[in-house]
Structure formats: structure tokens, C-alpha cells
Design a protein around this ligand. Structure first.
Ligand SMILES: [Zn+2]
Length: 117
């Protein structure tokens, strides 16, 4: 899966959150364009790029949100929506933990990214 993405000149990939404005440019010949104005989360520059409308419609910015592999996605879909009893079970498991440090340690390597404000 290697779809086109919008990238800033600095190489940063642009996601949905960074988009400030879009404009639709229908053309008589050739594919219609969508102008995407964005603010880069890395270099903080505001810039504009054109993508073909079909690319835009295919959710060009949404790729980033899907970090799971195809196999994982397949498994997730098979699991179906989260049921209430699963939530209850999860809650019970949390209550059983007497030391939250155990969990915190798992996230100690986690560093917020630039676009996390
Ligand atoms: Zn940039």
C-alpha cells in the first residue's frame, strides 16, 4: 500500500489535522484538482499543494491514522465492535492492578510528537 501523500517541502507528511483550507478546482480537461492549504507541524510553514480530486476522495490524508498492517486490520475487523462486556472486563482488569507504575513504565519511552499540542 503506497498511495500518494501530501508532503511538505521539508519532507514532513501532512495529515488531516494540519489542513487549514481546501479549494476545489474543476477543470474542463484533465482531472479536477483540490488545492490543499496546510500548516506543516515540523517547519511551521504554511503552504499549498494541489492533488487530483480522485486522490483527495480516496482519503489521501487518512493513511497516517492507519498504523496497523493489513493482517492486523483483518483481525480487528473480525473481532467486531467493542462490546459492553468487554469494557466491563477491561475495567475489572484495571481494578486488579495494584501498581500503576507497571503500566507507566511501559509508556516511559513514549515521547510526544511535534504535532501533539
Ligand atoms: Zn515542513
Amino acid at each position: 500500500m503506497n498511495r500518494t501523500a501530501i508532503r511538505c517541502r521539508c519532507g514532513q507528511r501532512i495529515g488531516e489535522r494540519e489542513v487549514m483550507h481546501t479549494g476545489y478546482y474543476p477543470r474542463m480537461f484533465g482531472p479536477s484538482l483540490v488545492a490543499v492549504r496546510y500548516r506543516c507541524p515540523r517547519c511551521k510553514k504554511v503552504d499549498e499543494q494541489y492533488v487530483r480530486q480522485e486522490e483527495w476522495d480516496s482519503g489521501i490524508l487518512r493513511d497516517d491514522a492507519i498504523e496497523a498492517s493489513d493482517n492486523e486490520m483483518h483481525d480487528f475487523i473480525k473481532m467486531g465492535p467493542i462490546e459492553m462486556d468487554e469494557l466491563v472486563e477491561f475495567h475489572k482488569q484495571l481494578e486488579k492492578l495494584d501498581d500503576l507504575n507497571e503500566i507507566n513504565n511501559e509508556f516511559s519511552d513514549w515521547v510526544p510528537t511535534d504535532d501533539e499540542e
